[in-house]
Write a protein that binds this ligand. Sequence first.
Ligand code: FMN
Length: 211
Amino acid sequence: MDLVTAIETRRSVKQFDPDRQLSDDELRQLVRLGALAPTSFNMQNWHFVAVREDDRKADLAAAAYNQVQVANASVVIVLCGNLKAHTDTTRYLRNAPEVLRSMFDGMIRGFYAKNDALARDEACRSVGFAGQNMMLAARAMGLDSCPMIGYEPDRVTELLGLPAHCPPLLMLAIGKAEEPARPRLGLLDYDEILSCEIFGNHSLEGEIAHE
Ligand SMILES: Cc1cc2nc3c(=O)[nH]c(=O)nc-3n(C[C@H](O)[C@H](O)[C@H](O)COP(=O)(O)O)c2cc1C
């Protein structure tokens, strides 16, 4: 599947085939392609928890306001931030030349130290990119997905034993669609979401085409 088709056909699916299992190799492929997403300073400030066991998915569904796609997905991936990533640069700069490593080390610590909000913003950016990669990878693998924030973070944290510095920022349900997504709710037009050169200059008009 080409990239444009993957983007155009990615929809938020609620009904997955509950009998479709996800193999270890498929999970590796999803996570590998997710991990190729860009992160600031290559920090890879994330940790993914993949849940495939039925009982645990049922527990997660209960923590997600009983949203059915959590229980019937092949895998539920909880994308956590790693809010301490900036404190240990040796992990992710291990292939960098020494001169670059020590320069980046100082920059990274200085940038995020004493700025918890920035570290959390950064983690949100990172898991957003990784999550989108995973959803598009799922399409390329003949699978579907649903991104989610409709869950109780504290319950998810407890269920998965997440440490305090790894908050659950995004949840992805991934599986084989049993029913298509509902029709799109409506896309905003170009002049509503795009300014050219300076904010408020809506010189490009028209509807954004979709099926
Ligand atoms: C951050 C985020 C959180 C979302 N949370 C939920 C959710 O909890 N439950 C759900 O059914 N859909 C959820 N969605 C899916 C959106 O409703 C959906 O992306 C949007 O309506 C556009 O539809 P599409 O993804 O099919 O293009 C979420 C999407 C995003 C990006």
